[in-house]
Design a protein around this ligand. Structure first.
Ligand SMILES: [Zn+2]
Length: 280
């Protein structure tokens, strides 16, 4: 608040109109007693400001007082201004102690973060920054000790274990993608051929299957794919937009008679079923 309710002002040629409009009826050079409420906001006139928290008084200009006072209608001295900072934080972040200063990631802080996860994978994906820092400082072992051991111990992947794993998959591609350790170990030991015997070999860009959809009215749709089962699925279930037109065609107008692999590109001239194909 301001201690004075009225202060003496010397009228100049710049201020005379302002005060006369407020009915002070004065002349240039007059010293008149003006109510603080009538001072223009930007006035440099000195007033006695009283801190609304501690009561400390200080002489400051009226415009400085207004800058301090305006937002919360509270005047604070230099020592008490943290109160208003708190109010601003409360308003902005709903937390008067909000601290946007960078967190210093000590080992304890990192451990705290790690406790949110029960396996390293989630920790790495969801808190990559903390994970990286912990790795750099060699804290990972300590701070992840509560996590489930997902990593297989060394020597776990024998040929039998790899076969067991391989049997879960229909294609080598999925085996490689989802059980990469078993796949790599099998590859390095030369077991892949043995343990992947049950799998269906997919083609590639040059070894692709030409297939045909036959319809009861003698229409035939001919396509090219390296995975005939997937493609059939795609055609029938609208899976991909580029093949959707075929499924639309099938559903709207034709009864599908069956899908037949006709031939494999390049190597084969005659129609040949996939199980007879020598993929080497
Ligand atoms: Zn104060």
């Amino acid at each position: 608040m301001i201690k004075e309710s009225k202060i003496n002002i010397k009228i100049t040629n710049k201020t005379i109109n302002f005060y006369n409009e407020k009915n002070y009826n004065c002349n240039i050079g007059d010293i008149i007693l003006v109510s603080v409420k009538d001072l223009p906001k930007g006035s440099g006139q000195k007033i006695t400001a009283v801190c609304d928290f501690c009561g400390k008084e200080s002489m400051i200009s009226f415009n400085k007082y207004n800058k301090n006072f305006d937002k919360y209608q509270i005047y604070t001295c230099h020592q008490c201004c943290y109160n208003k900072i708190k109010m601003t934080k409360k308003e902005k972040y709903d937390d008067e102690n909000y601290n946007n200063v960078k967190i210093i990631w000590t080992k304890e802080k990192c451990a705290e973060e790690a406790m949110k996860y029960d396996n390293r994978r989630d920790f790495k994906i969801k808190s990559p920054y903390v994970y990286k820092i912990s790795g750099k400082n060699k804290w990972l072992k300590d701070i992840t000790s509560h996590m489930l051991e997902k990593v297989k111990p060394s020597c776990y992947w024998t040929k039998e274990k790899c076969l067991e794993e391989a049997l879960k998959y229909k294609y080598r591609k999925n085996f490689q993608k989802n059980s990469s350790s078993a796949y790599v170990i099998s590859y390095n030991n030369g077991w892949l051929y043995d343990i992947c015997k049950h799998m269906i070999r997919l083609g590639n860009k040059s070894k692709r299957c030409i297939y045909a959809f036959e319809f009861d009215d003698k229409y035939i749709y001919v396509g090219l794919t390296y995975n005939i089962e997937n493609r059939k699925e795609q055609h029938i279930n609208n899976f991909r937009s580029s093949v959707r037109i075929v499924s639309y065609f099938i559903k709207q107008f034709h009864k599908m008679m069956g899908i037949t692999p006709v031939a494999y590109r390049r190597k084969y001239q005659r129609a040949i079923p996939p199980e007879e194909i020598d993929w080497k």
